[in-house]
Design a binder for this molecule. Structure first.
Ligand code: NAP
Ligand code: ZN
Length: 353
């Protein structure tokens, strides 16, 4: 074991603060990474504040962060995928059983025994896993991805969660040319959804509660922007969408969007607000519409997404911050004031004692 610098929350009411955590020394299949950049996902905020207590209660201290890009500093004797000095990336998962049907298909995100990057049991240390708000991490090579060389590293970090979480359902539901697609919420996930749906050739409509994001949405690839609080604007799109991706982090009325789906249209939730939502059954009965969910993506699809980003030169629009500003960034996330992902420059952690 060795000591790593990190930022952790000591309780659901505590701000994140500098600390030291124990990491394992690399075992034969492990890759040790010096973390260069880590994105701030709204899931980090939900988890730090224990907003998902019913599903995955937070164990403190909690070190969040699952949009990790860094440099390989050490490898185990069995590692073939990376050498020291390479760039490696880690997303939301660091382990799975490797034996179930989902793992066999490279869909480890559905493995009943998957281990998320933070707040999950850590078989090596006996505690819980600690995420990327840290100067280093040690991860099994199966869960370390390769970043195409042409991508800016700070802009690539959010691909590891916001990227794959939007790429995966767009593919699963056949988004492409000739499809009218809605993206709800222009935050970290939503802005990647707009970029991917546009790159796939769909007609993209962005729904936002923030009128000041309209120009950005058009620049990012939306063909139209609808202010979702404006009932007249919403009514113009009734019954017209093949697919809608909802990436909203807070309580909102999803019925207003279900009503915009055409016959057999699907709305997929990736947003994970704290409280359950109400669904009017008539909005689904009419037109045989469906409502579903999606969670991140497996290692195979995550690498495919990174390679797609390399080919199409897609990265996240980021605001790079020092780690000392992380608590301020959380407050801004709650005000939908992010353009469009905060990414921590981990060199700033060196300043901490
Ligand atoms: P984010 O950057 O904070 O963006 C959320 C966006 O939702 C905001 O920018 C805002 O967009 C909109 N919004 C916020 N409050 C709203 C409200 N009260 N009513 C309507 N719209 C509202 O968050 P994120 O990191 O993209 O994450 C979004 C959600 O996805 C979170 O709940 C997160 O936990 C979840 N998530 C799920 C997965 C998965 O695998 N399923 C993976 C990662 C994250 P506008 O200003 O445009 O309205
Ligand atoms: Zn995330």
């Amino acid at each position: 074991m060795y000591n790593a610098k990190a930022y952790a929350a000591a309780s659901e009411k505590s701000p994140l603060a500098s600390t030291t955590i124990a990491r394992r020394d690399p075992t034969p299949n492990d890759v040790q990474i010096e973390i260069l950049f880590c994105g701030i996902c709204h899931s980090d905020l939900h988890q730090v504040r224990n907003e998902w207590s019913g599903v995955m209660p937070t164990v403190y201290p909690c070190v969040p962060g699952h949009e990790i890009v860094g440099r390989v500093t050490k490898i185990g004797t069995g590692v073939t995928k990376f050498k020291v000095g390479d760039i490696g990336a880690v997303g939301c998962m660091v382990d799975s059983d490797g034996t179930c049907a989902n793992c066999a298909e490279g869909e480890e995100q559905f493995c009943p025994n998957f281990i998320l990057t933070y707040n999950f049991p850590d078989k090596h240390t006996g505690g819980v896993t600690y995420g990327g708000y840290s100067d280093s991490i040690v991860v099994d090579q199966r869960f370390v991805l390769k970043v195409p060389g042409n991508l800016d590293l700070a802009g690539a970090a959010p691909l590891l969660c916001a990227g794959i979480t939007t790429y995966s359902p767009l593919h699963h539901w056949g988004v492409g040319e000739g499809k009218k697609v809605g993206i709800v919420g222009l935050g970290g996930l939503g802005h990647m959804g707009v970029k991917f749906a546009h790159a796939l050739g769909a007609h993209v409509v962005l729904f936002t509660t923030s009128p000041n994001k309209k120009d950005d949405a058009l620049r990012l690839g939306a063909d139209e922007v609808v202010i979702s609080k404006d009932a007249n604007e919403m009514a113009k799109h009734a019954g017209s969408f093949h697919f809608i991706l909802d990436a909203v982090s807070a309580d909102h009325d999803i019925n207003a969007f279900l009503n915009l789906l055409r016959r057999d249209g699907n709305m997929t939730l990736v947003g994970a607000p704290e409280k359950p939502m109400a669904v009017s059954s008539f909005n689904l009965l009419m037109g045989r519409r469906s409502l579903s969910g999606s969670i991140i993506g497996g290692t195979v699809e995550t690498q495919e997404m990174l390679d797609f980003c390399g080919e199409h030169n897609i990265t996240s629009d980021v605001e790079v911050i020092p780690i000392q500003k992380v608590n301020e960034a959380y407050e801004r996330l709650l005000k939908s004031d992010v353009k469009y992902r905060f990414v921590i420059d981990m060199a700033s952690l060196k300043k901490e004692a």
